[in-house]
Ligand binder design. Sequence first.
Ligand code: PMP
Length: 381
Amino acid sequence: MYLDYNATAPLRPEALAATHEALRAVGNASSIHQHGRDAASRVDQARRQLAGLLNCSAGELIFTSGATEANNLAIHAAAPLRKLIVTSAIEHPAVLEAVRARTADAPGSLVILPVDGEGLIDHDALIAAVQEHEAALVSVMLANNETGVINELGSITDAAHAAGALVHTDATQYVGRLPLDLNVLAVDLLSLSAHKFGGPQGVGALFIRRGTPLPQLPLVFGGGHERGWRAGTLNVPGIVGLGAAAEAAHRLLDDEAPRITKLRDLLENELLERIPGSHVNGSRAPRLPGVSSITIPGAPADALLASMPHVAASDGSACSAGAPSPSHVLLAMGLSRDAADSTVRFSLGHATTEQEILRAVYATVRAASQVRAVMDATASS
Ligand code: PMP
């Protein structure tokens, strides 16, 4: 039972077919002969497919190696113009570490805003921070990778713009999961990653709104690809797979989102009813359809997952898996260290079935009572 879509989603069949076909073809998208022109036209098509999903123009998209690079590029390029970077405590390390690195030699130039118990950013604190400093870069994620909690960015973006700030959002977990219209969401920069919505790993994009006053400061220098923003031979098969996944997500989203929400609710209702003391983090906030962060007190997540090896879920975000520290997201939401360590993240997506959910419920309920029994016995011996 694969319930770890936030770590990576299975390839959509459309993406697999398109990537496979592109892998069989020869051609560098920069070459001027027919093979090169064919590769370039595949890339153009993928750019249009992604632009269709986001309702932006194809010329506003830069292909990257993924969201980590897109976040780093956005922050790297936007920071020098800006006196202050405002971000939140629940960002992915690909934002938090990038802003720390960018502001390391300018003490006081980084503001990390707290979140409430539901994982929502305090809008007033954010607005006050951008108003206090004449020019800032605001980088706030759209949906959190651990809880699925969605931060409403409309009013944040309006207030930030009014105060002369630029707004970047890490929308990696949101894109392809819920409809997103860049004509409505007025952010200046947005990062995404193909492998979260059924495209291949190792490819993503940065949206840069036309007219955004941004110096062209690439991280990778070379042959001037991607209009000078990101040098290096284009990953044509990856980009083609991203485009096909974007098109499929665009077409299927309206059916998928309610179906996945129903399965997520089934999972949560069954687990909450059968596992005494369990609770869902961020359940009162708007959330992505397929994400459930469940705390099972008395059952450390690593032990729980080890005792149900057929359920592929996560004990935090995959990017921080293996690190001994508890989830910074859950701690920021006010969970104790013990509660954070006893939290499992299930994430569902386009190929998840009801049967998988029912089997995962059965396995989790069993594992929780086994682990709790062992913990109780250890505590009393
Ligand atoms: N941001 C968020 C919110 C993510 O969940 C991830 C992936 N875990 C990333 C950035 C990094 O994406 P990529 O794997 O494409 O580098």
